[in-house]
Structure formats: structure tokens, C-alpha cells
Design a protein around this ligand. Structure first.
Ligand code: 9MR
Length: 487
């Protein structure tokens, strides 16, 4: 049922200039201090992420917290310099924009919009209808179906209407399914039934006809019961002519656990004719994060970037924050953290290099970005170069790391790396690849997500092994049967 009641449009957004005049002190300095970046010319070797992304019509975004934008100029500078898209982390949520019925507060949302526009960023509005961060007057109001629809319509009309024409994508409904693909029992579902989603999409289309209208959720990155539920719902919505333009895969990931079906999942949604994006990427690590975990994290970021870049309908990747210390992760997952591209001192992590390289950037140090290490530049003398190191060693065991670089002039599509142990070492388990050992010969084969290695690209893998006494390093390696130089 579409209600006839229309929300008022009597609070249009003031012009940027008039709002900017209301800003004082640090806030104004932050806004004016942030670089206003022109569309990219060909990206230089060390160009920021956004320049490389722009080269390929791709969006690289970040969630921006209101406090940090206002009060942390280092954060605001990184946000402006590195990203050509952004999402307000909390500023457009219902509890912030309409804390009491009919009382709207757009101060945070306006400030965010000023920043995004001053820095030429595509905006993802987040989010109109969500069970969380919902004020208790909505959640506990015991409204009838028609009254809740009218409340929803007024909210959408006020919020999406205020920024009509200025927002590229709206996360219209957020997190509507549970892990098993059943409907979440939100107040919207309980009161209105599953149609609340179609209603919200239609209301958003009316409030802002130019925005793309999206659904968004976590744990739908791979093919599973929950992403199947979205796949079915979106097919139904399209069949009914409900406006639906995209699906956001949030990708709040655990280190080392990028779903192997990520690219296939992105592809199946794109094949429905809608857009897809990675909307809230972070990769959390059990703290404290070791070097090898940071390398793994870099590979995970690279895998996600590659999966999206490989599918035509995947328009961009947004990371859920910029610096680790402001991430939502440690507050929610005890003992876990360090999920983002920059550490607490605003220094880029290996994960940053990986994203940079995935976008076609060459890292300053000659690193390919896969592992964040200072990899040697490709050695023109052979088809591959391998570096081997023992990261940790104890009485009877050790952890080893291997990085190989594809020095050939074309991409590898699938690879086997082989080497021999001289001292009876035995691999127990390995990561970032399939590991097997026969006698003294170890074979490391690509995982599905790192099968493709561009010319000049590198892959890092690791393993745990036992040894008794001597533990000499292997001195020769082959990649797909061809012998590699060893550095
Ligand atoms: O990062 C957001 C955090 O600051 C808020 O406290 C939290 C409230 O639920 O929401 C976080 O962002 C969430 C996003 O809006 C929707 N997907 C999950 C995100 C992480 O919880």
C-alpha cells in the first residue's frame, strides 16, 4: 500500500555557502584545509588511490565519522586525498536525523555533505530503514501498519528529499535478513511484513528520483543462504517493477577468510542487471597483529579488490573507516582490531599497498602491494623470483614465508610453486594456497582467489612445518615448471 500522505519538503538543504558560513574555528579550518581535487590526469607512480581508481572509472570510498572529520585534520586530509567516494558512517542514520518524531537534525549530515562535495566524492547515503540505531520512539511505538508506513514515508521524504540530486546511491534498507536467509524480526517486518522493503524503495524513488536505490548487508559476500535470499528478493522486486539498482556487500571480514565464492557472487548479482559494490570493507585481526597477519590482511584486501575489479557491474569498494584506532571493530569484537588501511599513526599498512597495487599503482618502494614487503623489483633474468624466509623458529618447528614475483610479460592464470627440503622438514599446514608434500618435495598451488597474478605481480604464502635439528633453506624453486631466481 502506498500512502497518499506526503512528507513536507519545507527544510530544503541550504546552499553550501550559507552553511559554510555557520562553521567556525576548527571545523571551518578542516573543511577549507582539505584538498579539493580535480579529476585525475594520468596517475603518477605514487598517486593516491583515488587517482588510480579514477583512471578506470572505479570508486574507492571510505566511511567518514563525523567527529573525526570535524576534529582530526590528519583524518580529514587522508579522507580528501585518497578517496573519490564516501559514506557517512553514522550521520544519516535515523537516530541521528530524526531522534524524536518529526524533529529532524541535519547538522551532522550537512557537514558531511559539505566535505564530500568539496572533495568531489560520490556519496553513498546510509541508511534509511534499518533495525539498528533506530530511535526508541519508532522501535517501541506500537504503531499500526498504516501509521508506521506513514512514519517511514515521512522519514524517507525528509532525509532523501533534503539531499535529492546530491546522493549517488542510497542504502535504502539495511540488514533485513538473518544468516539463514529468513527475515529479521525488525519493527518494520513485524508491523508491515516483507513489503516494507518494496515500500521503502518506492518512497525513496519518489523522494530522490536521481539516486540509485540499494539494499545492503553483511555476510552476503559469498554464496550462502543469506545472499541467496537477497538474490531471490531482488529477482522478485525486479519482476514487480520495484525500483532497485544495487546490492551492497558489506564485507566485514575476518583475516584469512575471504569467501572463495566472492567473485562468483558479485557476478551473479551483476547478471541480474543491477550494480554491486563492496560497501563496508574491513578485515579484522586477533590483536596484537603480527607482521605475517598484516601480510595476510594485505592479501585479503587484494583479493576483494580483484574480485570487484574483475566484474563489470562492480562499481567500487568502500572501506569502513580510515585509521585503525577509530574502527568499530575493537568495540564489537573483543581482542580483535587493526582492520583498516592505516595504522593508529596514520601510516599506510601493507593492506594500503595491496589496494594501491590492485588499482594499478606502483608502490614507492617497488613493492607490488600483495604483501606490503619491499619486494625486489622484478628480475628480468628469469620468469620468476622467489624469496624465502623463516619468520619464527622453535625446537621442533618453524613458520616459513615465501613470496614469488611473476617476472614474465603476461599474467599467470593458475600456478604451482615447487621446492625441496634438504633436512627432512615436513609441512603441517599452510595458508593462502593449497599445500602438499611428497617426500622432500613441497608443492604450493594457488587458492582460487589468487590464481591470477599479473605480470610484475607477487604472491605471498606461509606455512608451519616441523624439523629436527638442521633447517636449511631451500635453494631452488620452480614456478609452473620453470626455474626461478632466488633472492
Ligand atoms: O561504524 C558504525 C559504528 O560507529 C556504530 O556505532 C554502529 C552502530 O550499529 O554502526 C557502525 O556501522 C555499521 C553500519 O552502519 C552497518 N553495517 C555494520 C556497520 C558496523 O557495525
Amino acid at each position: 500500500m502506498r500512502l497518499a500522505i506526503r512528507g513536507s519538503r519545507e527544510t530544503p538543504r541550504r546552499s553550501r555557502a550559507s552553511r559554510a558560513r555557520r562553521l567556525t574555528g576548527a571545523a571551518l579550518a578542516t573543511f577549507l584545509g582539505a584538498a579539493v581535487l580535480a579529476p585525475a590526469a594520468p596517475a603518477a607512480a605514487d598517486s593516491p588511490l583515488r587517482d588510480h581508481a579514477a583512471q578506470q572509472g572505479f570508486e574507492i570510498g571510505a566511511a567518514l565519522g563525523a567527529d573525526h572529520l570535524q576534529n582530526d585534520s590528519q583524518f580529514a586530509d587522508l579522507a580528501a586525498t585518497e578517496f573519490n567516494a564516501s559514506t557517512p558512517e553514522n550521520s544519516m542514520k535515523w537516530s541521528v536525523t530524526e531522534p524524536s518524531r518529526g524533529q529532524f537534525d541535519f547538522s551532522q549530515a550537512d557537514a558531511y555533505m559539505d566535505f564530500a562535495q568539496a572533495n568531489n566524492q560520490k556519496v553513498r547515503g546510509h541508511t534509511l530503514v534499518w533495525h539498528s540505531q533506530l530511535p526508541s520512539w519508532v522501535e517501541n511505538g506500537n504503531f499500526s501498519e498504516s501509521e508506521l508506513l506513514s512514519i517511514m514515508e515521512n522519514h524517507i521524504d525528509e532525509v532523501a528529499g533534503r539531499y535529492a540530486g546530491e546522493i549517488a546511491y542510497w542504502d535504502v534498507a539495511n540488514e533485513i535478513f538473518l544468516g539463514d536467509g529468513s527475515w529479521r524480526n525488525s519493527v518494520f517486518y513485524e508491523t508491515i511484513g516483507p513489503d516494507f522493503v518494496a515500500e521503502a524503495l518506492r518512497m525513496a524513488a519518489e523522494a530522490d528520483p536521481s539516486a540509485e536505490l540499494w539494499l545492503n548487508d553483511y555476510s552476503i559476500d559469498g554464496i550462502n543462504a543469506k545472499s541467496d535470499a537477497y538474490y531471490n528478493l531482488i529477482q522478485d522486486l525486479l519482476a514487480q517493477g520495484v525500483p532497485i539498482d544495487g546490492i551492497g556487500l558489506q564485507a566485514h571480514l575476518i583475516n584469512g577468510q575471504v569467501p572463495s565464492s566472492l567473485q562468483q557472487n558479485i557476478q551473479r548479482f551483476a547478471d541480474l542487471g543491477i550494480d554491486v559494490a563492496i560497501t563496508e570493507l574491513d578485515v579484522r585481526i586477533q590483536m596484537p597483529a603480527s607482521d605475517s597477519e598484516l601480510q595476510q590482511q594485505a592479501q585479503d584486501y587484494r583479493a576483494v579488490m580483484d574480485a570487484c575489479l574483475a566484474v563489470d557491474g562492480c562499481i567500487g569498494v568502500t572501506v569502513w573507516g580510515i585509521v585503525d584506532k577509530y574502527s568499530w571493530v575493537p568495540d564489537t569484537f573483543e581482542g580483535e582490531g587493526a582492520p583498516l588501511l592505516y595504522n593508529d599513526n596514520y601510516q599506510p599498512k601493507p593492506a594500503y599497498d595491496a589496494v594501491h597495487a590492485a588499482l594499478g599503482g606502483q608502490n614507492d618502494d617497488g613493492d607490488d602491494g600483495d604483501d606490503g614487503d619491499d619486494d625486489p623489483p622484478p628480475d628480468p633474468s628469469g620468469p620468476c623470483a622467489v624469496s624465502y624466509s623463516v619468520a619464527n623458529e622453535w625446537n621442533s618447528g618453524f613458520t616459513g614465508q615465501l613470496t614469488f614475483t611473476n617476472n614474465g610479460s603476461s599474467a599467470l592464470n593458475g600456478w604451482d610453486l615447487q621446492f625441496d627440503f634438504a633436512d627432512g622438514q615436513q609441512v603441517n599446514n599452510g595458508w593462502s594456497a593449497e599445500w602438499s608434500q611428497s617426500g622432500s618435495t613441497v608443492t604450493v598451488s594457488n587458492a582460487s582467489w589468487n590464481a591470477s597474478v599479473p605480470a610484475g605481480g607477487s604472491v605471498s604464502v606461509g606455512f608451519n612445518a616441523t624439523h629436527s635439528g638442521a633447517n636449511s633453506e631451500p635453494d631452488s624453486f620452480t614456478l609452473n615448471g620453470q626455474s626461478c631466481s632466488v633472492s
